[in-house]
Design a protein around this ligand. Structure first.
Ligand code: 5GP
Length: 188
C-alpha cells in the first residue's frame, strides 16, 4: 500500500478555484474586497483565486504565530493594508479545528472592517472544535494529513501542484524524500 495518495488533482483544483472566484465576484460587485492571505500556506490558493476575481480586488498577507495550548494565535507579520471599513476575505489553505481562524477573526474584528468573510481551499469539517463561518469552501476532506498546493511537511512540499494525503504517517516520517520523489515522478 502506498503511504501517499493524490486526493485532488491539479485540474480539479483549478476548476473549483475558478468556481469560488466566480462566487466571490458575484457577491462583491462594486465592493473592491481585500483578499488577505495567511502565510505561508495560502500563497498558491490566493494566487490562483485572485485571477478569478475583478482586478479592483487588493491582495495582502499576514503571518501568524501560535502560542499556548489552546491554539491561540498572534499576528507576527502584519499586513500593510488598513482594513478599517474594507470588505475583507481571509484566504486560508485549510481549516481544521477552526481555532486559528476563530482567534484571527477576533483580532481582525477589532480593526472594524466593513465585513469579514473566509475562503478556505480545504475544510476538515469533522475535526471542528469551534464553529467558524466558512463562506467559500473548496473541498471537504476527512481527517488525513494533507500535503501540496500550499500545505507543508516541515516547510516542504507546498509547491506540489495537487493535493496528497499521507495514509501511513510512520512510513512517511521515516523517508519523506523518497515518497516525494514518487510524487514528482508521477507515480501516484
Ligand atoms: P486549526 O486551527 O483550524 O486547527 O488549524 C489550521 C492549521 O493547521 C492550518 O493552517 C495548517 O497549518 C494546519 N493543518 C491542519 N491540517 C493540516 C493538514 O492536513 N496538512 C497540513 N500540512 N497542515 C494542516
Amino acid at each position: 500500500m502506498r503511504s501517499l495518495v493524490e486526493v485532488v488533482d491539479a485540474a480539479t483544483i483549478a476548476r473549483r478555484v475558478a468556481e469560488l472566484g466566480a462566487a466571490i465576484t458575484a457577491d462583491y460587485q462594486d465592493k473592491e474586497p481585500v483578499l488577505l492571505g495567511i502565510l505561508n500556506g495560502a500563497v498558491p490558493f490566493l494566487a490562483d483565486l485572485s485571477r478569478h476575481v475583478p482586478p479592483e480586488a487588493e491582495i495582502d498577507f499576514l503571518s501568524l504565530t501560535r502560542f499556548g495550548e489552546e491554539g491561540r494565535v498572534n499576528i507576527s507579520v502584519d499586513s500593510a493594508t488598513s482594513i478599517a471599513g474594507r470588505h475583507v476575505i481571509v484566504v486560508e489553505d485549510i481549516v481544521d479545528t477552526g481555532l486559528t481562524l476563530s482567534y484571527l477573526h477576533g483580532l481582525l474584528a477589532t480593526r472594524r472592517p466593513a465585513s469579514l468573510a473566509t475562503a478556505t481551499l480545504i475544510d476538515k469539517v469533522t475535526r471542528r472544535i469551534v464553529d467558524v463561518d466558512l463562506r467559500y469552501r473548496g473541498f471537504e476532506v476527512g481527517d488525513e494529513f494533507l500535503l501540496g498546493y500550499g500545505l507543508d511537511w516541515n516547510g516542504r512540499y507546498r509547491n506540489l501542484p495537487s493535493l496528497w494525503a499521507v495514509l501511513d504517517l510512520a512510513t512517511f516520517q521515516d523517508d519523506p524524500d523518497s515518497l516525494a520523489r514518487q510524487v514528482f515522478a508521477g507515480a501516484g
